[in-house]
Design a binder for this molecule. Structure first.
Ligand SMILES: *Cc1c(COP(=O)(O)O)cnc(C)c1O
Length: 388
């Protein structure tokens, strides 16, 4: 860990961006549930004019998240895809984006179904292979768009190496940091220029809010992005901002438990006779293990598996758990299980899925923070129900 100056992660998670409410001293920033602000005389106001632009609850959570990512600027949005739309709108027609070939499905759909139509160009490469990134950057590009770890195979891209390469070719680098969270990985420190988040996942952490964020250090880019959120409208409401602020306060504690539980389950699953393959960056056999060790402080709470047996066995397994809930999404305190080929990744054509190494029997676990013995017992009884 680098020597730090200033408060540590947990202290920032609890205090950054917040001060006691000036009216009452309330320790929690109130939910400023208002659409407008009264002015003393025309254009004589307290810096708050209309709530699409200014909201104190939203400002508090933006300040907190910026402090966690070590970013100078943060703008929150109504969803992760809202944050991504704002970044793409800022690039504008004629921009060229080189993106990972293993992106969140909704991101791929946003690129192809919306922004390609508006005149942006997207090329997909395996960003774990620097040679492929280098080839793609022989044609001038504006932005390299990375996810690391990816979903669901948890592939790891060397963010520092890609950032150096992209910068030498005049392209900026964006990292979708949703899977790692700033507790495990801080992309701006590794050289990236922009971070986007689906705060719906680990940052909110309680499966009760949809939200997003975009962060950067460049004041001009930050100013354009903030204005774009106000001008195009994907702002988070005050209640959602409050829930996210509340969630952030325990991010460090939750992430450590997600990681502990995932590590313990991986150890057990690795020796389980019904498990054929495990994808987890913390395993030395994972192709991205070494890079993950360098750029992440721990491996996270996501595990993907292939079982022995048929695709039907895999689906039966997903329907046989009692604590792990069968659902899309991830990063909440509750453990979730899903079958990517028929759920989160059903929109990816089967041959594309197989090309990307995503087997028809793949199962994805979002390991929650319940008691790990109960989680292991739940998976064991699911094995028994599936295989007898
Ligand atoms: C969920 C997710 C998104 C989209 O975020 P929403 O909040 O659902 O709009 C983007 N990227 C990743 C990696 C995600 O998991």
């Amino acid at each position: 860990m680098a020597e730090r100056n200033g408060p540590g992660f947990g202290t920032r998670a609890i205090h950054a961006g917040q001060e006691p409410d000036p009216t009452t001293g309330a320790i929690m920033t109130p939910i400023y549930q208002t659409s407008t602000y009264v002015q003393a005389a025309p254009a004589d106001h307290k810096g708050y004019v209309y709530a699409r632009g200014d909201n104190r609850t939203r400002e508090a959570v933006e300040g907190c998240l910026a402090a966690l990512e070590g970013a100078a600027f943060c703008t929150c949005t109504s969803s992760g895809l809202g944050a991504e739309s704002v970044v793409l709108s800022d690039l504008g027609a004629g921009a060229r984006v080189v993106a990972g070939n293993d992106l969140y499905g909704g991101t791929y759909r946003l690129f192809e179904r919306v922004f390609r139509r508006l005149g942006l160009d997207f090329q997909y490469v395996d960003t774990t292979d620097l040679g492929q990134v280098e080839d793609a950057l022989k044609t001038k590009a504006d932005l390299v768009w990375l996810e690391s770890p990816t979903n669901p195979l948890l592939r790891i891209t060397d963010i520092k190496a890609v950032s150096e390469l992209a910068h030498s070719r005049g392209a900026a680098v964006l990292v979708d940091n949703t899977f790692a969270s700033p507790y495990l990985q801080q992309p701006l420190d590794l050289g990236a220029d922009i971070i986007v988040h689906s705060t719906t996942k680990y940052l909110g952490g309680h499966s009760d809010v949809i939200g997003g964020a975009v962060l950067c250090n460049d004041p001009e880019r930050a100013d354009r992005l903030r204005k774009l959120v106000g001008w195009t409208g994907p702002v988070p409401g005050p209640v959602d901002s409050f829930l996210l602020l509340r969630g952030l306060k325990t991010l460090h504690v939750r992430m450590d438990r997600h990681c502990d539980n995932a590590e313990m389950l991986v150890k057990w699953l690795s020796e389980h006779p019904r498990v054929d393959k495990i994808y987890f960056p913390g395993l030395p056999s994972h192709p991205g293990h070494e890079i993950a060790q360098r750029q992440m402080s721990r491996s996270g709470g996501m595990i993907s598996l292939e079982l022995t047996g048929t695709v039907e066995d895999g689906k039966r397994f997903c329907s046989s758990t009692e604590i792990f809930a069968l659902a899309e999404s991830l990063g909440g305190v509750e453990s979730l299980i899903e079958h990517p080929p028929s759920m989160t990744h059903a929109s990816v054509p089967p041959e594309e899925r197989r090309k990307a190494g995503l087997a028809d029997g793949l199962i994805r676990l979002s390991v929650g923070i319940e008691d790990v013995d109960d989680l292991r017992n739940d998976l064991e009884q699911a094995f028994q129900r599936t295989f007898g």
